[in-house]
Design a protein around this ligand. Structure first.
Ligand code: SKM
Length: 287
């Protein structure tokens, strides 16, 4: 019997996730019966290492696919039958699609950031960019920037070793051919001011600005005219950083666009239907 499309999200502490509302509202707008269910590890009493078993259960229940979030984006990989090239390169999966070929892993975080940047800051220069925060979200944004042709990316993290590790990985993947030896460098927090000076834009990918981590990730005195700032946090949609950047007259991109575009691409992979990101963005603003 033609049924409802079943999808969902596996992760820890996902109660506040807006994915169920975003996906279900878009499906309704398209006339598609779809249910998006939270599979919260904490509520299921499951460990991150149970992700393979949970995938099997969802598949047996006829799911079309699942989003995967913290802390399972890496751990899910050994349980998949195939990986998209980008997910393999980034080393993280946020979308799994079930079909007759098995379970295939994708990463729509990087394409979500790319599409958010292209639509939210069209025409912005991105030759020199600073990435603040070398965690998973930062790695996805970095992949997007270098794919889009950013000439030089400085990765900054409180943990300088983590910043260098990501920069090294990116250099191996996106190494420049020819004169310029490499396109990425890693730095500790004390080098932020130096690398911001002369940058076209900065991507903020640390948790600062979320309710549990209030405040500014760096003083607004480090902003300079024309420097754009892209925020990855989307809860709240308006952060102290974005307010400070707007007050300084600099262009901003909030985290809502990445959230919407990663969801839109996952929705397309799950359903084969093309969602309307503008409508999803309007939905997000109402949530
Ligand atoms: O990658 C996304 C994921 O697809 C959904 C999500 C959420 O609903 O909180 C967060 C991100 O990890």
């Amino acid at each position: 019997t033609a049924g409802i499309v079943r999808t969902g999200l596996i992760g820890s502490g996902i109660g506040p996730s807006l994915s169920p509302a975003l996906h279900e509202r878009e499906a309704r707008a398209l006339g598609l019966p779809l249910r998006y269910t939270r599979w919260d590890l904490d509520e299921l009493g499951a460990a991150p290492s149970d992700v393979g078993e949970l995938l099997g259960r969802a598949r047996a229940q006829g799911y079309g696919g699942l989003n995967i979030t913290h802390p399972c984006k890496q751990q899910v990989i050994p349980h998949l039958d195939a990986l998209s090239d980008d997910a393999a390169a980034i080393g993280a999966v946020n979308t799994v699609v079930f079909d007759d070929r098995g379970a295939t892993g994708h990463n729509t975080d990087w394409s979500g950031f790319r599409d958010g940047l292209l639509t939210g800051l069209p025409g912005a220069a991105r030759d020199r960019v600073v990435l603040l925060g070398a965690g998973g979200a930062g790695a996805a944004a970095a992949h997007a920037l270098l794919t889009l042709g950013t000439g030089h990316l400085d990765v900054v993290d409180v943990d300088a070793g983590r910043a260098r590790h990501l920069a090294d990985e990116l250099a191996a993947r996106f190494g420049a051919t020819g004169a310029e030896a490499r396109r990425t460098a890693g730095h500790g927090r004390d080098e932020l001011a130096a690398v911001l000076d002369g940058a076209d834009g900065v991507v903020h990918a640390t948790p600062v600005g979320m309710a549990e981590h209030p405040g500014l990730p760096f003083p607004s005195s480090l902003l300079h005219p024309g420097l754009w700032v892209a925020e990855i946090v989307y809860r709240p949609l308006d952060t102290a950083l974005l307010r400070a950047v707007r007050a300084a007259g600099c262009p901003t991109l909030d985290g809502g666009r990445m959230a919407v575009h990663q969801a839109a691409e996952a929705f397309r992979l799950f359903t084969g239907l093309t969602p309307d990101p503008a409508r999803m963005l309007a939905h997000l603003a109402e949530l």
